[in-house]
Design a protein around this ligand. Structure first.
Ligand code: SF4
Length: 250
């Protein structure tokens, strides 16, 4: 990765989130879930897998097992049968059962709402805990995944060498009023606009704020090296508004 650009001023950060919020006022996770338990399981299954593939698997898994006890009754082999299409399915099936056991044994069958207890569960790291704390319990945590890490370094929003360092910078610099949804705004921006290989700078609501040295400068041809084909949108009407999360399965 080239040298990261300097981080944004507080005013610039506020403008970034003002624009992302205008485009998508209430962003949601794209993982399908019913309650904190199914969210936790979906998050654990989503490691190195797409949300689409996880949703496809959990559509049948949660039909037969959407509580810790039901998951235990289904058993590791049964869980594995539902998630075979997901990467690392053997390890994940084992962790799902161990999580169900731990929730019943240590937490009365409920998902804990504190970080230490979540991170003590098998297969649950800081990023997964942050997602559960944010989505299930409304805490203003920011889970730095590959999309957020890329966006923060590429744009200069919160450049740092590790996800943990990016999270720390965001935690320090994102205004309180944007914290709750910052995680989803940045993920959706990275997933659909500021993509890894061909960022859609011509459709980017924060293009004029972005410090990426390789972004197009408004040339007549399309693509990230030659300038966007269309008019650069700077009115806050970002494309992620059309790609909002599916929200809970009810
Ligand atoms: S201008 Fe391009 S590189 Fe910068 S944030 Fe937008 S999509 Fe990403």
């Amino acid at each position: 990765m080239p040298d990261a650009p300097p981080s944004f001023s507080p005013e610039r950060i506020d403008t970034v989130f003002t624009r992302l919020a205008a485009a998508n006022p209430a962003p949601e996770t794209e993982l399908a879930y019913r309650d904190p338990f199914t969210l936790l399981i979906a998050v654990v299954l989503s490691a190195q897998a797409t949300d689409v593939s996880v949703n496809k698997a959990t559509r049948t898994l949660f039909t037969v097992a959407d509580t810790p006890q039901a998951m235990l009754s289904l058993g590791e082999d049964g869980v594995r049968d539902h998630i075979r299409t997901i990467g690392l399915f053997n390890t994940k099936a084992r962790n799902v059962i161990r999580i169900a056991e731990a929730l019943i044994r240590d937490h009365g069958g409920r998902v804990p709402s504190d970080r230490a207890a979540l991170e003590a569960l098998p297969g649950v790291g800081r990023k997964s805990a942050n997602v559960v704390l944010n989505v299930a319990f409304g805490q203003p945590t920011i889970a730095v995944d590959t999309h957020i890490f890329r966006v923060c370094n590429r744009t200069g929003l919160a450049p740092a060498k590790t996800p943990a360092a990016v999270e720390a910078r965001l935690d320090q610099s994102v205004p309180a009023r944007w914290k709750q949804h910052a995680h989803h705004w940045l993920i959706l921006h990275g997933r659909y606009i500021c993509t890894a290989r061909a960022p859609k700078c011509g459709s980017c609501a924060i293009a004029d704020l972005c410090a990426w040295p390789d972004k197009p400068t408004g040339g007549p041809t399309g693509g990230p090296t030659g300038g966007p084909t269309g008019e650069r949108r700077q009115d806050g009407d970002a494309r992620p508004a059309a790609r909002t999360g599916k929200g809970p399965v009810k």
